[in-house]
Design a protein around this ligand. Structure first.
Ligand SMILES: [Zn+2]
Length: 285
């Protein structure tokens, strides 16, 4: 308890948001496309690992193979850890980095934006002198399905990561999944098929960081990287802005060539990063 009182909270600053934006720009510029199971996907994993290392993170790549509709393919998750207490609870924050196959989508918002937030969080965590708890950040491969979500299509990275967490025997408090949170017109939704307690926490953390009303519950369920973690019994939530288009409800930038970096704003990355870090701090307590 004393060590916790001496610890510094994880804070997401404007400098971290600028890092997040620059990282998202770099990922899109250097690694498009980055479809799962391709050499470009592997290249993107190396790029993200290097970006995390540059921020002082202890980052590694976890490579695995899995069946896909077009045969066995190789995947690469990037993982960074800040271990404060080996027997303590872990909070895990994840984002996918792969692009939707076959549609020529740069994935500026769908993937790169939240990968950038995680690089910003890596910067914040590495600079934090006394982190209050154990933190794991994961840049996941293969969220996007090729044809239709199923046992051998989509969510490959999160399935593998969830399985590895389960066998690690570590005490995983919660998994927070971030997706599509760079939209200049940010509205964060919490899909129905997420942990109810974490949904309440996300709404509360938005209020505490001065963004009351920005995070709301959605009636629908969403297929995203939180699902494999939930399937293995972890408490997991998904923060997603699923209204991404030229007019409300159209969602016409999503999975198209129009998902470009000009749609992303540093201020949205700042807001999402602040809420995510506030959730992490609350979960460590
Ligand atoms: Zn997508």
């Amino acid at each position: 308890m004393l060590s916790f009182l001496l610890a510094t909270a994880l804070a997401f600053s404007e400098a971290n948001a600028r890092t997040a934006f620059a990282s998202a720009c770099n990922l899109v510029a250097s690694c498009t496309p980055r479809d799962a199971g391709t050499a470009r996907g592997h290249f993107a994993a190396n790029h993200l690992r290097n970006a995390a290392l540059l921020q002082g993170a202890n980052a590694r790549i976890e490579t695995f193979t899995a069946p896909t509709p077009v045969g066995m393919r190789e995947f690469h998750n990037v993982v960074a850890e800040w271990e404060v207490c080996p027997t303590g609870k872990w909070v895990v924050v994840v984002s996918h980095y792969d692009t939707k196959p076959f549609v020529k989508c740069p994935g500026a918002n769908d993937g790169a934006s939240t990968c950038g937030i995680l690089i910003g969080m890596a910067q914040a965590a590495s600079k934090c002198r006394n982190l209050p708890g154990n933190l794991m950040l994961m840049w996941l491969d293969g969220e996007e399905c090729m044809f239709a979500y199923g046992p051998s299509d989509g969510l490959w990275g999160s399935k593998e990561a969830a399985m590895r967490l389960k066998t690690s025997g570590r005490d995983i408090k919660s998994v927070i999944c971030l997706d599509m949170l760079g939209d200049a017109n940010l509205k964060i939704s919490l899909p129905r098929n997420t942990n109810a307690e974490l949904r309440r926490l996300a709404i509360d953390c938005a209020r505490r960081t001065g963004h009351e009303g920005l995070v709301t519950e959605m009636r629908e369920s969403v297929k995203d990287d939180h699902l494999p973690f939930r399937s293995l019994g972890f408490s997991a939530v998904d923060l997603i802005d699923f209204d991404y288009g030229s007019a409300p409800g159209l969602n016409d930038y999503w999975h198209t060539s129009r998902d470009t970096i000009d749609k992303i704003s540093t201020s949205s990355l700042l807001i999402a990063g602040e809420i995510a870090c506030e959730m992490v701090n609350a979960l460590w307590r």
